[in-house]
Design a protein around this ligand. Sequence first.
Ligand code: PGD
Length: 765
Amino acid sequence: MTVHLTHWGTFEAVSDGERLTEVRPWRGDPEPLPLIGNVASAQHHPARIAQPHVRKGWLDHGPGAPDRAAKGRGGEPFVPVTWDTALDLLSGELRRVYRDYGAEAVYGGSYGWASAGRFHHAQSQVHRFLNCLGGYVRHVNSYSLGTSTVLLPYVIADVNVLLTQATAKSVVAGHSELVVAFGGLSPKNAAVSPGGVSRHNARGWMSAARARGCRFVSVSPIRDDTPAEAQAEWIAPRPGTDAALMLALAQVLDADGLADTGFLDRYTVGYPRFARYLRGDADGVVKDPPWAEAITGVPAARIRELAHEMAAARTLVTVSWSLQRARHGEQPLWLGVVLAAMLGQIGLPGGGFGHGYGSAALVGEPEPQVGLPRLPQGRNAVSTYIPVARIADMLLNPGAGYDYNGQRLTYPDIRLVYWCGGNPFHHHQDLARLREAFTRPQTVVVHDPFWTATARHADIVLPVTMTIERDDYGAGQNDRMFFPMRALTRPHGEARDDYTIFADLAERLGVGKDFTEGRTAMDWLRYLYEQWLGELAEQGRAVPGFEEFWASDGLELPVASEPQVAFADFRADPEGHPLTTPTGKIEIFSATIDGYRYPDCPGHPVWREPGEWLGSPAAERFGLQLVANQPRSRLHSQLDVGAHSQSVKIAGREPVRMHPSDAQARGLRDGDLVRIFNDRGACLAGLSVDGAVRPGVIQLSTGAWYDPDPADPRFCRHGNPNVLTADLPSSSLSQGCTGQLALVEVEAYRGTPPELSVTRPPATA
Ligand code: PGD
């Protein structure tokens, strides 16, 4: 049995050199996931790419003018070619674009989670390669945390502090009396972490807390966003209205004299100004529970009681990452901090504020005391960047100006897009618009193991290995196990590692030595490990030599002896350990944000109606709120063809959950094939009637591979919710992704169900 790491867990496997013949969870994992079953079943699936391909129109006519690309990209057949042909064509094209347009014309942002593994980390590889050529336009922030990353440094701390130094789950289990979880504490999300997870602990800490008498309140439109172990009270506001609920909780604390004024005076700035807004001094509207009931649908009496319960107990306020992935996503996040500050428990064990206990495994884990080996990416000579979710805007509007985080930026004119380790036709919103945007560049290059929708929209497609087909090592963020990941099988077909591909291209482009420094992949693994070992030795820490590590089943990294309590230092000594915010304190009012004068994100948290919610005029035509959340049966779109992911499909389509009353009103039954639609697009899905979703809400997870109807790319035959979501930013401040919510309507699908094509390879010429 050989140990192997994925973003969603660790497994042990036996292989016959070609495929995995046995897979079982790593013996150290107390809560293993069935997702590990996707790996072996996907490896040799027909949707795997076996050799390099070039789009026929690109091969025949060269880099495309927009009109030719519009017809061809995503529609034309591919021509299988040899590696030599593909690499010759691609190196020639890179040479041409860098020569004629410069590095500012290359988008190498390449967002995506790719796979576990430190060395073969796809984004590190592509960035290092493009830096050798002179650089590339990059992205900043992530689809996961685009809004938090920008907002939180103004309000309390860098987002990474909130993630990696969050109060330990063991401390919450041992001290909290009440956990109020806005966005829930989803065990499916808390089971994954960038880079990997060893010992899952998405449920155990809640059982322990509950056994001690801690109460959980889960605020979410979906009941099972918090697991049964928490025995949580379920409060289900209208999606997108959490900020109104939180304001009313704050108003009760303020009006009933429950706010901790001592804490507010010593550790925060701006409360008086915010309080005036709560009291209605600014706009004549008191943000009290009856006001919030009208917006959220949550009874005013329960809001009032909950505020009193929060003030009377050791309370942790936690906000999920999903809440900020929406229009005005800054507001509930900021209000989570404000509520915790008003309760005065920030810095106390089991109290205060948390961000993402139900969003990723890393939150609340003890922070390892050492870093990890890392491939240097070199220096990017291009300073231009975009906030990651502005990709379609950038491609569609070269030269246009836009606001971001206090700056006025300009979109570059991109001629070549290089994607390695991500799936924008999974992760971006309004896919028909993205498809239009993808007609603009002259050339699109994609490396992926699979024929994802992104690969199908490329001109040059290069097949890469899965982690089980190459040597690497890896550890998850904030995870204490560091695993060797020895290759378990030989590569599928002619797939090559990203590193090998870039090394060949670099050689052809005259920068081979810069890229490889004369090392093979195995040389790099050894070299980076030994460098790391040397750094640790200087800190007086000993780890085994490379050979011993490589032959082992993993290395336990040192963590602090005491589990952490977030912001305990700041609480103990706010002058000696100030925050990194502009004032060194928690900013309930931010003079800096206020100074930007963004109408969609003023200087303190507020309620702003999103364009699409159950209270907006659009709901008259599209009466259901779609929650497009993270899937349970796979990570994002990864290995959607795998056995576990396929096992949950209904009639071969992604399952959509709907409340029984909504199904009845539409004459729909469990198992029906349905069409979900709005003005942006439509998709098919298989109906699951389920009382775990709030009336008025449907839940369709992301990640079903986009399978556009050839006659209408706005229609996905498989169930990708991003044909329905809007390509709008959270605000001008953070320009974060807002894929979480959209208004839609649902009807029975009539007629013969169209066949899926995305699980087969595309047509070849
Ligand atoms: P993945 O499916 O993980 O999605 O978006 P992301 O693009 O990260 O894509 C990774 C791709 O990398 C896969 O195609 C995989 O096959 C490929 N890959 C794996 N290993 C390798 C490798 O070694 N080399 C190469 N070249 N490729 C590899 C995720 C994004 O989606 C995220 S993080 C979030 S949080 C967003 N969430 C939502 C949401 O909540 N709602 C909506 N509507 N949309 C979202 N999109 C975002």
